[in-house]
Ligand binder design. Structure first.
Ligand SMILES: [Zn+2]
Length: 338
């Protein structure tokens, strides 16, 4: 087996180790389930065709085939976006306000969507940090491999520690039922939806290419922005949310989005660009993707590659242009809860 294959096998093995990330994780967490980070009925149900969606695939064989670029791959909705990060009892009880009801202007619901997205990322980052650190201890690594592993393990562990701080903030809101610190903007749509996303980002650059915060290792605390799509009683919505402790970067990010809009940019284009570049937890409508011209597909894949390969380095203006006119949906109302 090659080094790359050993690495992928170790990551896969770690990702199967289920555990409950509920804020009151305890003795009763005995039945770990494959929880959907993008809801099966509410979110995936809006875009599934014959029970399937496309999901971004960046596994080694795909990357080898495409020269390092991820590709959408068909997947059944039962398997899409699941992770064993919650026990059955906690998952059912905690998330029932969003799994059983469409999204309204409701701080508690927004906190739950954000929490699900944070738990998934926490699970992924912790796994990567553990498996890379374990691999470092293997005998027989050549110096190039251990050099690469040291850097990768450091990066993942740093990312995990940074995220942990935010999970604790949301743990606290949920444990005390106090959501007053939560801020969000809801872009509502009555049109067809072709993309579902659930993700988070430490915002680095805005839509004009200005730096929001320095993600370098010397910055201790980073602001966190969470985003997700959700079903509403009138259709669906794209939501940007954050806790007030992340106000500095997130308010500037929203200001920049509004400025681009005033300067003639379309919000549909901006949010599509943002979703593709900043989130690897997508589900995509098959017929929409298949209908895109080849040039448009390549452009979308280039945006997705930003996320899949952190070694590419980020251009400050990566959110400024691109993907214009590809979205087949439109937003018709905005609710600003800041
Ligand atoms: Zn549990």
């Amino acid at each position: 087996m090659s080094f790359a294959n050993v690495h992928q096998a170790a990551m896969k093995q770690q990702s199967r180790k289920g555990r409950c990330l509920h804020f009151s994780d305890g003795l009763q967490c005995n039945e770990i389930i494959s929880a959907h980070s993008i809801q099966k009925r509410g979110q995936l149900g809006l875009i599934a065709e014959s029970g399937h969606v496309y999901r971004l695939n960046a596994d080694l064989s795909t990357l080898k085939e495409t020269g390092g670029k991820p590709l959408p791959k068909k997947i059944g909705v039962n398997r899409a976006s699941t992770f064993p990060g919650m026990c059955k009892q906690h998952d059912n009880k905690l998330f029932s306000p969003i799994d059983d009801r469409p999204l309204a202007i409701d701080h508690h619901q927004v906190a739950l969507y954000a929490y699900r997205s944070i738990c998934r990322e926490y699970f992924v980052k912790e796994n990567a940090s553990i498996s890379l650190t374990e691999m470092l201890g293997h005998p027989g690594l050549i110096s190039e491999q251990s050099h690469w592993l040291t850097g990768a393990a450091y990066g993942q562990t740093l990312g995990f520690e940074r995220l942990k701080r935010h999970k604790l903030i949301y743990d606290g809101c949920l444990a005390t039922n106090d959501f007053t610190g939560l801020k969000f903007i809801v872009f509502g749509s009555t049109s067809r939806c072709s993309l579902q996303a659930s993700g988070l980002i430490f915002p680095d650059f805005d839509f004009q290419g200005r730096q929001l915060q320095d993600l370098g290792p010397e910055t201790r605390d980073l602001d966190l922005l969470v985003f997700f799509t959700a079903p509403t009683d009138y259709g669906w919505a794209f939501v940007l949310a954050w806790h007030e402790s992340s106000d500095l970067s997130c308010q500037r990010f929203i200001y920049s989005l509004a400025k681009s809009g005033r300067d003639g940019g379309k919000i549909e284009d901006m949010l599509l660009r943002f979703s593709l570049a900043c989130c690897e937890n997508h589900a995509i409508r098959i017929s929409w993707w298949d209908s895109l011209p080849t040039g448009a597909k390549n452009q979308a894949i280039d945006f997705m590659a930003v996320m899949a390969d952190p070694t590419l380095g980020v251009r400050p203006d990566y959110l400024a242009t691109g993907c214009e006119g590809l979205a087949d949906w439109s937003f018709d109302n905005v609710r600003d809860v800041r």
